[in-house]
Design a protein around this ligand. Sequence first.
Ligand SMILES: [Fe+2]
Ligand SMILES: [Fe+2]
Length: 259
Amino acid sequence: MRICFVGDIVALPGKRAVESILPGFLKDNQIDICIANAENSAGGLGVSSKIADSLFDKGVDCITLGNHAFSNFEFIKTAGRDSRIIRPANVNEDWPGFDYTIVEKGDMRLGVINLEGQVDITPTGCDPYKKADRLMEEIKNKGVKAVFIDFHAEATSEKAAFAYHCAGKASVVVGTHTHVQTADERILRDYTGFITDAGMSGCIESVIGMDIDCSLRRLRDKLPGRYEAAMGEAFMCGIIAEVDKDGRCTSIKRFCEYE
Ligand SMILES: [Fe+2]
Ligand SMILES: [Fe+2]
């Protein structure tokens, strides 16, 4: 099974890049299942049902989210309606939506889980380790051997620790949220494909997808101001992983495709 994961889609440039690049990319790389993190797709904050539908149209099979899952208020009303969209499973039990999903394509089945870290991120997730174990067991009890986890977290150490916790159990653990692709993709314990961060899909000339002047105003000048998404040429970043019939990852490679 060949899986493509697209990192945090940020605002209009990210959405535009994904929509123009993804259909051909999936074909050229013979991808079976495509997952995309869309937590920043609606103007930089959250997702909308309209954006989700257009990503599904372009070949995305499953959407994961993160700490900005409900930053676009409209999405709260639709979060529980489409099981192809999942939000972090370990933040608040009262959050609407799905803890995990099982993507089925022909005779292939892939469990997908989205979890959030606990270090320097708000809202803070509850224990992602126990929750991951519980959900992986639930998925495996349904006869699904392959499990993909989008671990949405700030600290690189936490992402690695979590991935090692899942090593030998999850097929792939991909970090998201920091928006900068890391160069450490590898297979842990001869089983679990891992990268600290898949990178974002968004404007290149930016501060992690946000407008440079807005970021300087807040960070250098210490002045209040809203973050605004940067506009300009974008890329689409992520990883391609290959998983065998027993759920073991046999290869993981990162990509960065420019508009
Ligand atoms: Fe993000
Ligand atoms: Fe995030």
